[in-house]
Design a protein around this ligand. Structure first.
Ligand code: AGP
Length: 610
């Protein structure tokens, strides 16, 4: 998922575009490039690799101009090499374009355009757009862009400039996020607010089908028929510090260690202790609506899917409503059964994940009410859902999701508590659960105090050259085993699998020997005795056991080489604590292996294409 940015105004565009691109780099970092209106027409600078490399190139070959566009790439079509880097130009070099998304009919368009005599210089789907615009009729750039897009099937967030209209940037959105930044005599376009918040906090979120035209003195938004569309100007609520490292070595480290505050922020103003219920005003779900809910379908991807699995346990236990948790990418192409009384919950940190967005749209088309549990304010899922719960966890920059996971579980627990009120759950139980939630920030801080022990454990595992790992858990902590394995995989590039502890006997146990670290997520809860037996089975095969368990629990000492004890809490909430050591373990192993923790290879923070 690429990062797109553009600027037109009175200041030099280069420096602002490059600093904005740095903030978008978590969206993709295969190549970077910039194009600007200069005295000699349009000039382009691009290369494979990081934005830092582009900065160096611009120091060697400066670009003077007060309007331009820039891009950081996550390669989909065409290898991550310099020639495929954006911006792309047409045959004349008078049109330049940057794009986030996928042009699904690119092959057919390429054939058509080549037959028309256009010469292609890249392997990308995007280049078809520059030639389509070059070929299109129209009095001005926006008219030609609209005409060109008539032929396009796919998703895009694009910004286009032409040498014929210096200072003008034309923007179009279909399926990929884009917003405008409104400054004083200057305007921006960007994939998300982090790229421009240093310059302005006034933003306009574009909708699918929007075309925007930016010039140094004004901007307007219109539809494909050139009818002006009025769009609200919103204010970005978080400040620059939220997207600065502030002395931490990595954003992932910062985001792990700020979880006592982010959990507190997700709870803020949402617990009513006397009444034993949650206040969730943004949900747009009255108690009567809750009473009509017969089933819940959770749709999500990756870490968000793991939090959904924990949410199922909480909501079924508190509210007695059956919950299914679907991989959004599978759900959206599955049979959409019309089942009255279905509430669909789309969980997404970014609020832009294409599969989750489309799964939510498919559920709505099948008659379901849809709510979003989202972190990014103003994101597409948040704006399209019937209601929702914002995490208020602040921007999450590290590609590996951490604080969003714990806040998602807190939000799901609040939803469970909210629904339980209409399901007759006893007041005492609801009050107790509300109190347990309120204690979490302090308990998370205590779990984080394990970091020194975890750093030592990471050193010994890396020292032993462990190349694989197995993560096992039961019940509400099985998803934590999945999450622990995912964290290790995505940032340290070590292979790891998460499994229900009992399921281990049906195959994975064959993998166990002295070299296989086996991480057990084993808090003291109702399934704990069963987990102990699974530990015995692993121990019998010589497996090296690392146990995440509850403070005061001595049992595991005789079975596990390493024990990490987290504070006790309500069993349904224990994943918020048991995951902390696993986040830290993955982080320290990745650091020790010299991996780029915040920008792991082949990954991007928000997957806005299929
Ligand atoms: C998690 O660390 C990954 N970055 C990834 O699995 C992520 O959870 C997934 O892409 C879903 O993203 P979302 O929550 O923004 O929708």
């Amino acid at each position: 998922m690429c990062g797109v940015i553009g600027y037109t105004g009175r200041r030099q565009a280069g420096p602002m575009l490059v600093s904005g691109l740095r903030r978008l780099e978590y969206r993709g970092y295969d190549s970077a490039g910039i194009a600007a209106h200069t005295a000699d027409g349009i000039a382009v600078r691009k290369l494979a690799g990081r934005v830092g490399g582009l900065q160096g190139l611009l120091e060697r070959e400066p670009l003077a101009g007060t309007s331009g566009i820039a891009h950081t790439r996550w390669a989909t079509h065409g290898a991550p090499i310099a020639v495929n880097a954006h911006p792309h130009t047409d045959c004349t070099g008078r049109i330049a374009l940057v794009h986030n998304g996928i042009i699904e009919n690119a092959d057919a368009l390429r054939e058509l355009l080549q037959r028309d005599g256009h010469t292609f210089s890249t392997q990308t789907d995007t280049e078809t757009l520059t030639h389509l615009i070059e070929r299109a009729e129209g009095d001005n750039l926006e008219a030609r862009v609209v005409a060109a897009l008539e032929h396009v099937v796919g998703t895009y967030g694009i910004a286009v400039i032409s040498a014929d209209e210096p200072g003008k940037i034309v923007v179009a959105r279909q399926g990929s996020p884009l917003l405008l930044g409104i400054g004083d005599g200057e305007y921006f376009v960007a994939s998300d607010a982090s790229a421009i918040v240093e310059q302005t906090r006034s933003v306009v979120y574009l909708d699918d089908g929007d075309i925007a035209v930016l010039t140094p003195d004004r901007y307007h938004v219109m539809d494909r028929d050139a009818h002006v569309q009025l769009r609200e100007v919103d204010d970005v609520t978080w400040d620059l510090a939220a997207i600065e490292l502030n002395g931490y070595a990595h954003f992932m480290q910062k985001e792990i260690l700020e979880q006592p505050e982010t959990v507190r922020s997700t709870l803020r103003g949402r617990l009513m202790f006397e009444e034993g219920c949650a206040r969730l005003n943004g949900l747009n779900l009255t108690l009567a609506d809750c009473a009509d809910v017969r089933r819940l379908t959770i749709v999500a991807c990756g870490t968000s899917w793991h939090s959904g699995l924990v949410g199922r346990h909480i909501i079924e236990s508190l509210a007695g409503i059956p919950v299914t948790v679907e991989y959004a990418s599978e759900y959206r192409y599955g049979p959409q059964l019309r089942q009255p009384g279905t509430l669909t919950v789309a969980i997404s940190q970014s609020g832009e994940t294409a599969d989750t967005l489309e799964a939510m749209r498919a559920a709505r088309a099948a008659g379901s009410r849809v709510i979003g549990i989202v972190n990014v304010v103003g994101s597409t899922i948040a704006r399209e859902a019937d209601g929702g719960i914002y995490l208020h966890a602040g921007p999450e920059i590290g590609v590996a999701s951490t604080k969003a996971f714990t806040s998602q579980i807190v939000a799901l627990a609040l939803l469970g508590l909210y629904l339980s009120e209409s399901r007759g759950l006893a007041l005492e139980r609801r009050q107790d659960f509300a109190w347990r939630l309120a204690q979490l920030p302090a308990l998370v801080a205590r779990a984080l105090a394990l970091e020194p022990d975890i750093r030592v454990l990471a050193q010994s595992l890396v020292g032993q050259g462990a190349g694989n790992a197995l993560y096992l858990g039961r019940g509400v902590n099985f998803p934590v085993a999945l999450e622990g394995a995912l964290k290790l995989k995505e940032i340290s590039y070590l292979h790891a699998e998460g499994y229900p502890a009992a399921e281990m006997k049906h195959g994975p146990i064959a993998l166990i020997d002295e070299a296989m670290p086996v991480v057990f997520v084993a808090p003291h809860d109702e399934v704990y005795p069963k987990v102990l037996s699974n530990m015995e089975e692993v121990r019998a095969r010589g497996g090296k056991i690392i146990a995440i368990t509850t403070e005061g629990n001595g049992d595991v000492r005789r079975l596990a080489e390493h024990q990490l004890r987290v504070p006790a809490t309500a069993p349904l909430l224990s994943p918020i604590l048991t995951v902390i050591p696993l986040q830290l373990l993955a982080y320290h192993i990745a650091v020790l292996r010299g991996c780029d923790v915040d920008r792991p290879r082949n990954l991007a923070k928000s997957v806005t294409v299929e």
